[in-house]
Design a protein around this ligand. Structure first.
Ligand code: FES
Ligand SMILES: [Fe+2]
Length: 409
């Protein structure tokens, strides 16, 4: 990868091409729904380098606005939620979720007239699939994305969020790099998981209107049988994998890597089960805050929390808190924005390479003035769920799996 392409993929603030593409076309998830209760303190949100606050009025209405008060820029993270309004504590200006200033107390009789002339920099916010979503663009937003977890009942899905101090792409690459499971995450293998899953796979990739289908193919450990494990990349920042299949055949997991700024991202990692009955995940994340899974002191100075004593006692990676702590350690260790021109890639990096090429191609289309599928219509009409199963030798993984909308193929 050239340094120039690396910049194009990783810079997500200001007028950078990737910033423009994400800002002007896509809904961007920023929190778990449950993390923002009615009348709770406003929550700071940073997306694509913009500092915002989200709040939920007493009647449940959501608001999202610039973090700084339009008067003299005090932080609205300090504001009071008063009924259905937000009041800045510095001079008492009051605002509503639609971006209107509704009171400027110091202007006395002129308050209403004065307030009507002030514009609050507010953004669109919606709720869906257990997440809160922001739209930062200037034009009309698309519908919320038609992703498979959106219609699953609350009992059928689980989300966690974590903030990682490195660029969004090096986080996201982990979601498509299936071979690291066998190494980095070997201490967390599901009991009962078939041993053959630890063998090195061969990869095949299929391009789709929405991204990529990436197939890891292995011998299934018995004559005449082959194992397919197929993950979906849905541009720009979604990846679905069949992490607990085939042990739990209807279980799917999702990675969403959201750029906070050039050198920080947040990962939403979750599970859903289309049957509405999600199997217990508590053993993987017990004692952790689902809104801030990596709460703690993780820096270069302490090797991001790696525990060498645990390694001496047999833990492979030394990251014992969760499987995602292992990802954090290696991803942040690359530096804030990894220089991909210095990499030495190998065969099992194929999915990562193709995903980068896909995103660069999207940026080239944007440069040429073509539209971007911000509504994810490509996924709506032709998307697949991730899957993992054993098939007779000679079968084609492209014939397997279930379409997103439930049609058998
Ligand atoms: S700074 Fe907010 S009311 Fe003055
Ligand atoms: Fe991982």
């Amino acid at each position: 990868m050239t340094p120039k392409d690396n910049e194009r993929l990783t810079r997500v603030t200001g007028d950078a091409p990737m910033a423009r593409m994400l800002r002007e076309n896509y809904w961007i998830p920023f929190a778990r729904s449950e993390s923002l209760a009615a009348a709770a303190p406003p929550q700071r949100v940073r997306l694509l380098g913009h500092d915002l606050v989200a709040w939920r009025a007493e009647d449940g209405t959501l608001g999202l606005m610039d973090e700084h008060c339009p008067h003299r820029r005090a932080s609205m993270a300090l504001a009071r939620v008063e009924g259905c309004k937000l009041r800045c504590i510095y001079h008492g200006w009051q605002m509503d979720e639609a971006g209107r200033v509704t009171e400027v107390p110091s202007e006395g009789e002129r308050s209403a007239l004065f307030a009507s002339r002030v514009k609050v920099d507010r953004r669109l916010v919606r709720e869906g699939g257990g997440l809160l979503w922001a739209f930062l663009g200037q034009d009309e937003p698309p519908e919320l994305p038609p992703l498979p977890f959106m219609d699953v009942s609350a009992e059928g899905r689980w989300w966690s969020r974590m903030t990682v101090k490195c660029n969004w792409l090096q986080g996201f690459e982990g979601a498509l790099d299936s071979v690291h499971l066998n190494w980095l995450h070997q201490g967390w293998a599901e009991p009962g998981k078939e041993k053959f899953l630890l063998d090195a796979p061969s990869y095949e990739i299929g391009e789709t209107p929405y991204g990529l289908r990436t197939a890891a193919i292995r011998s299934a450990g018995e004559p005449g049988k082959v194992h397919f494990r197929v993950a979906e990349f849905v541009a720009p920042f979604y990846a679905f994998s069949a992490s607990r299949q085939p042990v739990i055949p209807t279980d799917c997991s999702c990675f969403i890597s959201v750029p906070i700024d050039d050198e920080t991202h947040m990962l939403f990692f979750g599970f859903w089960d289309g049957t509405g009955k999600l199997s217990d995940i508590s053993r993987f994340f017990s004692g952790l805050d689902p809104d801030d899974l990596l709460k703690g002191d993780y820096t270069r100075d302490n090797n991001w929390g790696q525990d060498r004593e645990a390694m001496a006692k047999g833990h492979f990676s030394g990251f014992t808190a969760s499987v995602l702590h292992e990802d954090l350690g290696v991803q942040a260790s690359m530096g804030p924005i990894v220089d991909r021109s210095l990499e030495t890639l190998c065969g099992t990096d194929l999915a990562v390479v193709r995903m980068r090429a896909y995103l660069l191609d999207m940026l080239a289309h944007q440069d040429a003035g073509d539209g971007v599928d911000g509504a994810l219509d490509g996924y709506r009409t032709s998307g697949f769920l991730p899957f993992s199963y054993v098939a007779p030798e000679g079968a084609d993984w492209r014939d397997g799996g279930q379409r997103m909308l439930g049609a058998e193929v």
